[in-house]
Write a protein that binds this ligand. Sequence first.
Ligand SMILES: [Zn+2]
Ligand SMILES: [Zn+2]
Length: 242
Amino acid sequence: MASCTICPRTAEDGHHTCPLHAAELREWLAELPAQAELLGDFLAPESRPAAGRTGGTGRAHSPVPVDLRVLTLLGPGHAETRSEDDDGTIPILAWLDGWAGHIAYTYPSVSRDPHGTTHIQPCEAARPASTRPDGRRHGPTVTGWCIWLTRYLPYVLAHPWAGDFHRQLGDLIDRVRDLTHAVPHRHHYAAPCPVCEAFDLGAVDGQDGITCGVCGHHLSHTDYDQHVNAVLIELAERQQAS
Ligand SMILES: [Zn+2]
Ligand SMILES: [Zn+2]
């Protein structure tokens, strides 16, 4: 069995990462749009009160000079501008767009010509095809690309460069969190992990389901409730037996 390209754990079948690092990628892609929005608040401190952070009596913090790093992170999203500036800050959109382009270029697109011959060639371009609740496309926004990349995550994980993707996205999230000071809270769940039995199940604000912090096993809240029931029944049976 192959090992994870990021840690010594065993990778999932056909993947180059362990479940924990796959789950981390999913979590970061879910977190990034909200983080980018918080960054945007720095640019318009007057027009947009920081929702949820005010006590109803005005802004939670006075306007601060816009950090150059914020401007860079929210800068134009062209792949050509992907050159890193002095401290290595890359525009979020350019980073997302660059990776989506790379994935699309390596993703085999199957087509059939009028003579019935099958052609397999790289996709021409990535298109953030996600639709919003009102039926319109997200377009090449941070949210649109994050949804696109989440859909292609199984494909990413099947390649050795999943490690590069993980390292770069981790760096990006760290930089953004460093500026927004918004680190998602992880709620601890009491039952042991159904797979590795470690007491480290937790759910992160704004993300789906519950993940084990040791082995990366991911389960829905319904699965967790059923698991807790099974654990309690087992405990009761053990107590009766003794
Ligand atoms: Zn790993
Ligand atoms: Zn576990």
